[in-house]
Design a protein. Structure first.
Length: 409
C-alpha cells in the first residue's frame, strides 16, 4: 500500500481507530536508522541473562524456546539466595514502611519519591527476606489489603490528593509485600535500568501529533516512557467508584496532557505490558503473561457485553479501548509466543471488531499466521518501513490541514 493510500485509510476510519504499537519502533531506530545506544529488543533476554550471570554460570539459551520461556528458564536456573532475615524482621520492616508513609503525610509530601526513607537502599538490597512472607499466600493478601487500606486512610486524613503519585506508593508497597520471587525481581530491575533513561528520536513525533489530532488512544507493549516524554505527557490514573488495585501495574494508569473521562475516545498512552518503574508490572515471562490473562479474564467475567456495558468496572481501563475501538497495529510481531495478545484478539473478534496489521513490504508470513490474522478480523497491510514509521504521518498532518496540532520542542 502506498503512503497516500495508507493516509486515506486512517482518515476514513479516524473515529473508530486506536493504535497498538510494539517494539518495532525501537528496532526501527536500531536497524534502520542506525542510531547508537539503542536497545536491540531481539537480544533483550540475552542481556538480562548476561547481567544476572556475569561469570557465565548458565549455558546458552535454547533458541527453540519462545522468548517468554527463555526468560523463565533464566529465572529457574538462578541460584537461590541466603536468607538472613526471618518473618519477625519482615513484619518489622513493613511496620517501618507504614510509619515512614505516615511521616511523609505529616510533612505534606505527595509523591512516593519524596518519602524520607532512611532504609530505602537497604530495603532494595535485601528484598530476599520477604520470601518468608510469600510462603503464605492468604496471609499476604490480608497484609496487602491492610497496608493499602491504612495508607489510603492516612493520605485522606492528611488531605493529600489520591492521584497517580499516590497510586505509585500503593503499588510499590504492594509489590514489596507480595512479590516473592527475588530472582525474577532482580531480572526485572535489570530491565528497569535498561529502559529508565531510554529515549526515541523526533522522527516519531508526527505519529503522536496525528493520534492527538484525531483523538485516538495509543496502546503499547513497550516498558519505556519515551513516547510520553517526547510530547510532555503526564502520568495519570482514572479513579472512580469502581476502581480497584492490583499488585502489578494498574490497568487504569495512563499518560496524557490532561485527565480524561473515557479511555476509548481520548488521546492517551497506555502500557498494557507494564512500565519499567513498576517492576512488578513488567510482563516478559510465561508466568507474567499467565497472570495478565487471568486478570483480564476476571474483568471480562464481570460483563456480558464490554462494547456497551456502561457500568462495567473496567470502562476506565485500557481494556475498554480494546473492546470499543478498531485496532491499527504497527511495530508488533504477533508471533506465536504472544499468546495473551492472540487470545485477547480472539475475544474481541467475537463482537465483530476489526483492525489492520501493518508490516514491512518484504515480511514473510506462514499460511498459519496469515489465517490467524484473518480469523481475528485483522487486514494485513504491507508498506515500506520508512512510509510505515515516518512518511505516512507527515502526509497525514498535511491532509488533516485544518486540525490544530501542537508543536513540541
Amino acid at each position: 500500500m502506498t503512503c497516500n493510500e495508507l493516509s486515506d485509510l486512517i482518515i476514513q476510519n479516524r473515529a473508530t481507530i486506536a493504535f497498538l504499537v510494539g517494539n518495532g519502533i525501537h528496532n526501527y531506530e536500531y536497524y534502520e536508522k542506525h542510531i547508537s545506544g539503542k536497545v536491540d529488543w531481539n537480544k533483550l533476554i540475552m542481556k538480562v541473562r548476561d547481567e544476572l550471570f556475569p561469570e557465565k554460570m548458565v549455558s546458552s539459551l535454547n533458541s527453540t524456546l519462545s522468548l517468554p520461556r527463555q526468560y523463565d528458564s533464566i529465572i529457574q536456573k538462578k541460584d537461590s539466595v541466603e536468607f538472613e532475615h526471618n518473618l519477625k524482621k519482615s513484619t518489622k520492616y513493613l511496620s517501618h514502611l507504614i510509619d515512614n508513609v505516615e511521616e511523609s503525610c505529616i510533612l505534606n509530601k505527595n509523591s512516593y519519591y519524596d518519602f524520607p526513607y532512611s532504609q530505602q537502599t537497604e530495603s532494595r538490597d535485601n528484598m530476599s527476606f520477604l520470601n518468608h512472607l510469600c510462603q503464605e499466600n492468604k496471609m499476604l493478601q490480608q497484609v496487602e489489603k491492610e497496608i493499602m487500606t491504612r495508607i489510603k486512610r492516612i493520605m485522606a486524613s492528611a488531605g493529600i490528593n489520591f492521584d497517580a503519585n499516590s497510586c505509585d506508593a500503593l503499588c510499590i508497597t504492594s509489590h514489596i509485600v507480595t512479590h516473592g520471587n527475588t530472582d525474577d525481581y532482580g531480572a526485572k530491575q535489570i530491565i528497569k535500568t535498561i529502559f529508565e533513561h531510554y529515549t526515541l528520536q523526533e522522527w516519531i513525533v508526527p505519529f503522536l501529533q496525528v493520534a492527538e489530532a484525531i483523538n485516538s488512544p495509543i496502546l503499547t507493549t513497550n516498558y519505556d516512557t519515551s513516547l510520553s516524554k517526547l510530547v510532555h505527557l503526564s502520568p495519570r490514573i482514572t479513579v472512580g467508584t469502581n476502581h480497584r488495585f492490583q499488585e502489578g501495574f494498574p490497568f487504569e494508569t495512563y499518560f496524557a496532557p490532561s485527565p480524561i473521562n473515557h479511555p476509548w475516545d481520548s488521546f492517551a498512552i497506555w502500557h498494557i505490558h507494564g512500565l519499567y518503574n513498576y517492576v512488578n508490572s513488567i510482563r516478559i515471562g510465561q508466568v507474567d503473561y499467565g497472570n495478565l490473562q487471568r486478570e483480564i479474564q476476571e474483568r471480562l467475567n464481570k460483563t456480558t457485553n464490554p462494547l456497551a456495558d456502561n457500568v462495567w468496572d473496567s470502562n476506565n481501563s485500557w481494556l475498554s479501548i480494546v473492546f470499543r475501538k478498531n485496532l491499527f497495529i504497527m511495530g508488533l510481531g504477533l508471533e506465536a509466543d504472544e499468546e495473551v495478545l492472540w487470545w485477547l484478539l480472539k475475544e474481541r473478534a467475537k463482537y465483530g471488531l476489526k483492525g489492520w496489521y501493518l508490516c514491512r513490504e518484504t515480511e514473510e508470513f506462514s499460511d498459519e499466521k496469515l489465517s490467524n490474522l484473518q480469523d481475528v478480523g485483522l487486514n494485513v497491510i504491507r508498506a515500506d518501513n520508512i512510509d510505515l514509521y515516518e512518511n505516512v504521518w507527515k502526509n497525514l498532518l498535511s491532509k488533516l490541514g485544518g486540525v490544530k496540532t501542537k508543536e513540541y520542542q
